[in-house]
Structure formats: C-alpha cells, structure tokens
Write a protein that binds this ligand. Structure first.
Ligand code: G3P
Ligand code: CA
Length: 299
C-alpha cells in the first residue's frame, strides 16, 4: 500500500491561525507533504491566501474598517485593495459573526501579530523553505467560489493559473494539485492546464454514483470528499476503480465525526481501512506520526 499524503489544511491550523506563514512553516517542519492555499481575490485583482469570501471571522476588519461592510453586514475581501488588506491582523477563527473561538483550546485569538499574504508571496516562501530544507513540499491551491468571483468581475481560475505558471507549477508532476468544489470550473480549466485537478465533494451532495465518478474521471485526477462521505461507505474503492485519487477533508483531533471516538480511530478508518491516498488535516504532526506507525517505510 502506498504511503498516504499529509495535506496541511490551511497550514498546521490546529496550532496557529489558519493560512498564516507561521502555520505553513510549522506544517512543513512537522513533515507535511503538501500545504493548502485557499485563494480569493482583492478589489485590485491580487490573489490572497484566505479561506472566506468575507474578512470578519479571522481578522480585525470590524475594528479597522468599521464602515466598510456591505448592506448584508459582511466585509468582503473583494471590496478591499491589497494595501488595505495588508493593514489587517489575522487571527484564530471565530464562530461566524461572534467573538467566540470556533475551536476552543487552539491558539488564543489576539496573541501574536499575523498578516494575510498573497499567493505569490506564499509560493515564494515555500520555494525558499524547500531550498533551505532540501525537501519538495507541494502546494494544493483551492479556487474559492469561481462563480461568485465571476459576478464580481474576476475570472479567478484564470488568474490563479497565471500565478501558478509564473512559479513553475504547470505540469502534471510539478508538486501541485488544483482543487475546487465547482465542477464546471474544473471542466473549463481542464482544457487550459496539465495540473492534476481534484474535484471537491461536500456531504450535502451525497455519495456520487458510479456514473458520476466515471464522468468526473474524464476531467479530474481525483476527488476531495468530506470525511462523512468516506466513513462507512465504499466511495474510496469505487473512486479507485475509476482511477481517481482520494484525498478526504478534514481530519481534526478536536472535531471528530459522529461515531468516531479518537483521532487514531479516524485515521485508521480513512487511511488504513478505506485506503485513501491522503488526507487534509489541521494536525499534520499527528497524521505523520500515525503514518510512520501504520505504513512502515518501503510499503
Ligand atoms: O479543500 C479541502 C477542504 O479544505 C474543503 O473545505 O471549506 O476547508 O476549504 P474548506
Ligand atoms: Ca480548502
């Protein structure tokens, strides 16, 4: 059995605020194989590494720009220039619209000073880290809501490909996977890039049928299903039958799926029993440790 990949979900986000360079460096040091980048656009067309379309749940935007929310009460990244976004302080995720932490016991909100970086900056950072460490840590960018960005006037998938190409990520085996929930966007990009494409699947969509998996395999190299779709199902085996890789999301020690009683049990089911090819995790050190124990070198 191949050793599964450890994909650091927003970095080592179980320990440091998500998508900060500190969280990415920690994940690399912990032995992650890939570092994830969620990508959204700013008003002036820059691409930033940031999970939400809106800024208020992981930054101090409410305090710094109190009058800049839209009428729906949200501060959208695309309404701010990169220079304005650079003035924000990024921190630990809060429950939507509140000051309460999303995960109690993680890094304290407000401790330390972290900023938001552009995709270009993060890719340069990873290149430097790979050089100084002698490793070849890969990247795993996600195009966030391309349909919404298109309505705002930004073809984010095309912009993303430009930045990736400028950094040397353009071929099937260059150490990058490109992921998106939007099947139409991935099909559109299939004709524009040789990068391996990963179709994300949320639990609301249910387990894909054999027909869907076959159709999906015509444009993607793999799927990134919610853990809920993998646990207790034959999805991994069926996807493998279509030649698709399977990288489920998101393994969290502090947010186990229903019916799972420990992080080790979760990894046993997803990686060892089901045979997933990798997993997105907020805790890369724990997954690296599990893989060392359960997938000895050479197997
Ligand atoms: O990209 C895999 C996983 O990260 C998808 O969910 O919301 O954390 O981006 P999300
Ligand atoms: Ca993601």
């Amino acid at each position: 059995m191949q050793r599964p990949l450890v994909i650091a979900h927003r970095g080592a986000s179980g320990y440091l605020p998500e998508h900060t360079l500190a969280a990415k460096a920690l994940a690399a040091g912990m032995g992650a194989d890939y570092l994830e980048q969620d990508v959204v656009a700013t008003r002036d067309g820059a691409l930033i590494v940031f999970h939400d379309l809106t800024l208020e749940d992981t930054t101090d935007v409410r305090d710094r720009y109190p009058t800049r929310a839209r009428s729906d009460g949200h501060w959208y990244a695309i309404d701010f220039t990169l220079e304005e976004i650079r003035r924000l302080s990024a921190g630990e995720r809060r429950q939507a619209g509140t000051t309460r932490p999303r995960f109690t016991g993680r890094y304290p909100d407000g401790a330390g000073r972290f900023g938001i970086v552009t995709l270009d900056e993060e890719l340069a950072f990873i290149r430097g880290l790979n050089r100084s460490s002698g490793r070849a840590i890969g990247i795993y960018p996600e195009i966030k809501d391309p349909g919404w960005h298109r309505l705002q006037g930004v073809e984010i998938g095309d912009r993303l490909l430009e930045v990736l190409t400028a950094h040397g990520y353009s071929t099937a085996a260059c150490g990058a996977y490109l992921q998106c929930f939007d099947a139409e966007e991935l099909q559109r990009l299939r004709g524009r890039t040789d990068l391996p494409l990963i179709q994300l699947l949320d639990s609301a969509g249910g387990i894909p049928s054999a027909h869907s998996l076959r159709q999906l395999a015509s444009y993607a190299q793999g799927i990134g299903p919610s853990l809920k779709l993998v646990l207790g199902s034959r999805l991994v085996a069926e996807a493998h039958g279509e030649g698709l890789l399977v990288h489920p999301y998101t393994a969290r020690r502090d947010d186990l799926p229903p019916g799972v009683h420990s992080f080790d049990q979760l990894l046993q089911q997803v990686l060892a029993d089901a045979g997933s090819d990798g997993v997105f995790t907020d805790f890369p050190d724990l997954v690296v440790d599990f893989i060392r124990r359960r997938f000895p070198a050479g197997e």
